[in-house]
Design a protein around this ligand. Structure first.
Ligand SMILES: [Zn+2]
Length: 176
């Protein structure tokens, strides 16, 4: 079963993730867990801390059903800004306009430790920035007004109570 996605607010989403220094089997397993989780949630991107692992690893959808696997990414160049509608798997059912750079150049490592550079524009550039933000401990709601963020926080806390309740009920029935 796919790993649960951490719902904001939660400490692991608000702290910067650590750079990856060990490549190989544990990283491959993490990438597999992330791939399963993002596909199960029908997302266009996911950061490792969204499944509770504070490492600088993210997946970004290419739009053809495959994902960029970006490890230790950094933004090298930025262009002018543009506003697009954004959502987040850790903030379900919410969509807000967010200002980001229209084009970015990103440097990242793949699972074989090779460095790559990619230039992205529009929606793809937004996803790269959104995921790299996650790795820096920034959820997109931090770019919204405190009023909007406060309302979203209330809805997320309510949702988390509901999910906990459901999990308890499920445990109860499984135990008979
Ligand atoms: Zn997100």
């Amino acid at each position: 079963m796919a790993k649960d996605i951490v719902i904001w607010p939660e400490k692991v989403l608000n702290a910067p993730a650590r750079p990856v220094t060990e490549f190989g089997e544990p990283l491959d397993a993490l990438l597999k867990d992330m791939d399963e989780a993002v596909r199960a949630a029908e997302g266009v991107g996911i950061a490792a801390n969204q499944i509770g692992v504070p490492l600088r690893v993210a997946l970004v959808a290419r739009g053809d059903g495959t994902f960029f696997e970006i490890i230790n990414p950094q933004i090298l160049e930025k262009s002018e800004k543009v506003t697009l509608r954004e959502g987040c798997l850790s903030v379900p059912e919410e969509w807000e306009q967010v200002e980001r750079y229209k084009r970015v150049k990103v440097r990242y490592q793949d699972r074989a430790q090779q460095w790559h550079e990619v230039e992205a524009e529009g929606q793809l550039a937004h996803i790269f920035q959104h995921e790299i933000d996650h790795l820096d401990g920034t959820v997109y709601v931090m770019h919204l007004s405190s009023l909007k963020r406060g309302l979203i926080r209330e809805r997320m806390e309510k949702l988390k109570r509901l999910l906990k309740q459901r999990a308890r009920n499920a445990e109860g029935s499984a135990a008979g």
